[in-house]
Design a protein around this ligand. Structure first.
Ligand code: SF4
Length: 463
């Protein structure tokens, strides 16, 4: 398996390998042997040969056992991704947070298109540095200039262990979804593996690691891979910027070493998502339409954000409530900051998180805030129902009251309590109207992005 994986990495990221394969189409083993790849390409033709690609998902694929093996592995990875999403389930441990996260998942499925499927909505993530030394042009989070890392001192370790303990206590096994980087690179923190190991000891799962700098501190990278060998976790990732770096990685790590590391090939000029710096660059060269902040990129991939929950920056002792959105002028980093707080101790961390949950994770639409449909939805009134259309779905909602609930929400002039009062005055039952509003709320169809406080922010690099 490790050698099939290496073959496919070379095929995707090394033009010379691909060229050599084309020139030796009848004897591809001569090429793989030169690259130290110990599988026979003839046993996996549907993975690489243009005449055979059509058989990949067909019964005929059985003639090429290695292609079948790889296909099964990839299918398993997709199933595993879905399991990760389920791992954030807090329906028992924290029903209110669970319902909020479910709403964000539904909204993302609506507004992010196919790319939404790959978002697992972890409930917590940590940054162990301030800024990043990477400076990658494609950085979807516009990571700011590096200002230092969070050292594993006694004081820091105590706070860290305390905060992770609070996360475990509050979110239960959903804390297993946590990871320890965001607009930072793990390799900028030489103590990264010590924080990782603490997390494993407290939560019971080793967080996944992604780095664009596997050679910055090779000893640290190897320690992280050793932790993976020992405790296992979600597949780690190296971002690969060019063929030279791919070759360097292949020279330093055997195919077996990299079995637990996905190599993410950042093709020249084609970032994984048009968010952050990649979006700013695209905008500069005129591809983002003026005045349309939510226009989708050709790839339909407009965010690399994944957390629907808490983003914690340890050096700044800051915790933010965040959720993915399509990158836009309002939210250029591809996630919405719902609220943010600062803490000095694990108890303060617990209090601030609790307070944000109380303030933002409502079971029903808040009575005194404006009520309107989500900005991306098109409203259309029908005879006994109304339609809400998003880019990808159409919702049909029964609406039988004398004054239409749909019309009032679409007009956007009243709060939830004013709306209920008006409908009841016109003869409808308060309970049925409240129930209808709850259904719309739970379905994620009402606008929650009403707070202007954080929208001006354009990433740590520019705040
Ligand atoms: S992509 Fe990763 S390594 Fe590159 S600047 Fe952004 S956070 Fe840093």
């Amino acid at each position: 398996m490790a050698h099939i994986k290496r073959f496919l990495e070379c095929l995707a990221g090394d033009a010379a390998f691909k060229g050599a394969l084309s020139e030796n189409i009848d004897n591809p083993r001569s090429v793989t042997a030169r690259y130290g790849i110990e599988v026979d390409p003839m046993e996996m033709l549907p993975l690489w040969h243009s005449n055979y690609l059509k058989f990949y998902r067909k019964p005929e694929c059985a003639s090429w056992p290695l292609a079948v093996t790889w296909r099964e592995y990839m299918d398993e990875m997709v199933r595993h991704r879905d399991i990760l999403r389920d791992q954030g389930n807090m329906s028992v441990t924290y029903p209110r947070f669970h319902a909020w996260r479910e709403r964000q998942i539904r909204r993302c499925d609506d507004v992010l298109g196919d790319s939404a499927q790959s978002i697992t909505h972890p409930v917590i993530a940590f940054e162990l540095s301030e800024g990043c030394t990477g400076g990658c042009w494609f950085c979807g989070l516009s990571a700011g200039r590096f200002k230092g890392y969070y050292e594993y001192s006694k004081e820091h370790a105590d706070l860290w262990r305390g905060v992770v303990g609070v996360a475990r206590e509050m979110f239960g096994s959903a804390a297993n979804t946590g990871f320890c980087y965001c607009a930072t690179d793990p390799m900028d923190n030489p103590d990264y593996d010590r924080f990782l190991f603490d997390y494993y000891q407290i939560v019971g799962t080793l967080p996944q690691t992604t780095t664009a700098m596997p050679f910055k501190n090779l000893a640290l990278t190897k320690r992280v891979l050793e932790l993976f060998e020992r405790y296992r976790c979600v597949t780690n990732r190296f971002s690969v910027l060019n063929t030279a770096q791919l070759n360097q990685i292949h020279a330093a790590f055997s195919p077996e070493d990299l079995m637990g590391v996905e190599l993410v090939l950042q093709g020249k000029g084609t970032p994984k998502a048009f968010a952050g710096r990649a979006r700013a660059r695209k905008e500069k060269f005129g591809a983002v339409k003026n005045g349309d902040p939510t226009v989708e990129s050709e790839s339909d991939h407009t965010t690399i954000a994944c957390v629907s929950g808490f983003l914690v920056n340890m050096p700044r002792r800051r915790v933010q409530l965040v959720t993915p959105v399509p990158a836009s002028g309002r939210w250029p980093l591809g996630y919405r900051i719902v609220d943010e707080r600062f803490f000095g101790t694990p108890d303060e961390f617990r209090d601030e998180v609790q307070s944000m949950i109380d303030e933002h994770m409502h079971e029903s639409p808040p009575p005194n805030r404006p009520i309107r449909f989500r900005g991306d939805l098109q409203y259309e009134a029908m005879r006994h129902h109304f339609l809400l259309r998003s880019c990808h779905f159409e919702y049909q909602v029964p609406d039988n009251a004398a004054s239409s609930v749909g019309d009032l929400i679409a007009a956007g002039h009243c709060t939830a309590s004013e709306l209920v009062a008006q409908i009841v005055t016109d003869g409808a039952s308060a309970i049925s109207v409240a129930d209808e509003l709850d259904q719309l709320h739970m379905g994620g169809l009402l606008e929650e992005d009403l707070d202007e406080r954080f929208a001006w922010r354009n990433g740590e690099g520019t705040t």
